[in-house]
Design a protein around this ligand. Structure first.
Ligand code: G6P
Length: 392
C-alpha cells in the first residue's frame, strides 16, 4: 500500500499520490471536468467559510470499523478537516440518504460484493440521479461490483484474504485512508510542514514495527517452538489464562476506540474464539459496562501513551482494578506504569497516535486466534459466518 500510494524518493519527504483520483470525471457526470480529488478537497471550507459538504463512509462488519478510524483521521483539523459521517451499509440502504450536491460517498468493502453496500451505492445513485454526488469505492477486489459501479475506486492492495474473519484487509484499509487523508491535507493546505513530516515518518515506520510485532508474537505458530517458556510470548500466556473466560470487554479512546470494537468482534462471532465480547469507548464504561466488572470479567484496555487522553484511560484502568477486573492492557515498550495495575501488559513498538491502531489491532487479532486454537475451533472458518454476504 505504501509503495503504491506514497511517492517516496530516497531523499525529501515524499507525498501521497492517488493517480486514479486525479483523472477528470467524464462527460455526462454532474461533476464532469473536475477530478475526484478536487471534489473531495472542496468539502473543506474556505477560510472562515462554513461546512457545506461532507463525506459519508459506509461499510459492514470490519469495513465499518475501518471507516470509523478514517472518520477520526479525515476530520482532523491539522490534516483535511472535512466532516465525516460513518454508517452501517445495512442500515443506510433502508434510509432516505441525506446527501447534497458536492458530497462524497465512500463505499468500503473488502469483497466489493456485500449486498448491503452494493444496494446503498445504487440507492444514492438513484436518489441523486447520478449527478453531483461523487461515489468512491474502497475495495480489496478490484474486479468487484462496487469497483465497477463507483465513479472512482481505490484498491487497498491487501492481497487475497483466505480466512473468513477479516484481518489484513482491515489494516490495509486503514493505511489507505491514512494516505488519502495525507493527500487531502496536501490539497486543502491544512497541514503544517512539521505535522506532515511527522505523520509521513510515522507511516514509513509502520512496516518495520508491524514486522517486529509479528515476529515476536507468532513464535507459537512455528511448530518446533510450540513449547514456549512462561513469559516468552505474553499473548500466548494471556490466551492460556483466559481460555475459560465467558465475557470480555474491550475499551479504547480516540483512534483506538474502533480497534476496541474490532477486537471484540474478533473474539466473538467473527472472532474465532466464540466468547461473548463488547467493545466500548473507554469513557462510556461508566454508562453501563462498569456494572458487569468483577473478578470474572476480562477487560482489554488499549492504553498507548501516545494518546493525549492517556491519563484518562489510565483512570479507567484504575476503576476496573477497583472492581477486581482481570485487566489486559496494550501500551508501548517504554511505558512501565501499567504493570502494577494490570494482570497482563502487551507492549508494542512506539507509534504515532494516528498509526497506533495498526499495531494494536494485530495484538487483538492474534489473541483471538490463539484463544480460538486453544478452544479447538476452526479459526479460519468460524461457524455460521461467510466471507461475503451477498444475500438479503
Ligand atoms: C462478513 C465477513 C466480515 C466482513 C463483512 C463485510 O460478515 O465475515 O469479515 O467484515 O462481511 O465484508 P466486506 O467484504 O463488505 O468488507
Amino acid at each position: 500500500v505504501l509503495a503504491t500510494y506514497l511517492k517516496a524518493p530516497p531523499s525529501g519527504e515524499g507525498s501521497a499520490d492517488f493517480p486514479s483520483l486525479r483523472q477528470p470525471l467524464p462527460e455526462g457526470h454532474g461533476l464532469a471536468g473536475r477530478t475526484p480529488m478536487e471534489v473531495m478537497a472542496a468539502c473543506n471550507p474556505p477560510e472562515g467559510g462554513s461546512f457545506n459538504n461532507k463525506f459519508v463512509i459506509i461499510g459492514c462488519g470490519t469495513s465499518n470499523h475501518a471507516a470509523l478510524v478514517a472518520e477520526y483521521l479525515i476530520e482532523l483539523v491539522n490534516i483535511a478537516r472535512i466532516p465525516v459521517e460513518v454508517q452501517y451499509a445495512s442500515e443506510y440502504r433502508y434510509r432516505k440518504p441525506l446527501v447534497r450536491p458536492g458530497d462524497v460517498l465512500f463505499v468500503v468493502s473488502n469483497s466489493g460484493e456485500t449486498s448491503d453496500a452494493v444496494e446503498s451505492l445504487r440507492l444514492v445513485r438513484k436518489c441523486t440521479n447520478g449527478q453531483k454526488v461523487l461515489i468512491i469505492g474502497v475495495v480489496n477486489e478490484a474486479d468487484s461490483t462496487i469497483a465497477k459501479e463507483s465513479d472512482a475506486f481505490i484498491s487497498v492492495l491487501a492481497g487475497k484474504e483466505m480466512g473468513v474473519a477479516s484481518t489484513k484487509v482491515f489494516s490495509s484499509t486503514i493505511l489507505t485512508f491514512t494516505l488519502l487523508a495525507i493527500a487531502l491535507g496536501e490539497c486543502t493546505k491544512n497541514f503544517t510542514e512539521a505535522h506532515k513530516t511527522a505523520l509521513l515518518e510515522a507511516v514509513r515506520a509502520l512496516p518495520g514495527s508491524v514486522q517486529e510485532v509479528l515476529d515476536r508474537d507468532t513464535k507459537i505458530f512455528k511448530s518446533h517452538e510450540s513449547r514456549l517458556e512462561i513469559g516468552e510470548c505474553v499473548l500466548w500466556d494471556i490466551a492460556c489464562q483466559n481460555v475459560l473466560a465467558n465475557n470480555f470487554i474491550f475499551l479504547g479512546r480516540g483512534f483506538c476506540f474502533p480497534v476496541a470494537l474490532e477486537g471484540a468482534m474478533k473474539i466473538k462471532e467473527t472472532g474465532l474464539a466464540y466468547i461473548h465480547a463488547e467493545g466500548y469507548p473507554a469513557a462510556e464504561m461508566k454508562h453501563g459496562p462498569i456494572a458487569l466488572i468483577d473478578q470474572f470479567m476480562s477487560v482489554v484496555v488499549i492504553a498507548p501513551k501516545c494518546d493525549p487522553s492517556y491519563e484518562k484511560i489510565k483512570s479507567n484502568i484504575e476503576e476496573t482494578k477497583a472492581r477486581s477486573g482481570n485487566i489486559i492492557a496494550i501500551t508501548e515498550y517504554q511505558n512501565d506504569d501499567l504493570e502494577t495495575l494490570c494482570q497482563h501488559v502487551i507492549k508494542t513498538p512506539p507509534a504515532h497516535e494516528y498509526t497506533m491502531p495498526l499495531l494494536a489491532v494485530i495484538e487483538m487479532q492474534l489473541l483471538a486466534c490463539m484463544m480460538g486454537m486453544l478452544r479447538g475451533n476452526e479459526v479460519d472458518q468460524p461457524r455460521g459466518l461467510q466471507k461475503t454476504i451477498t444475500g438479503q
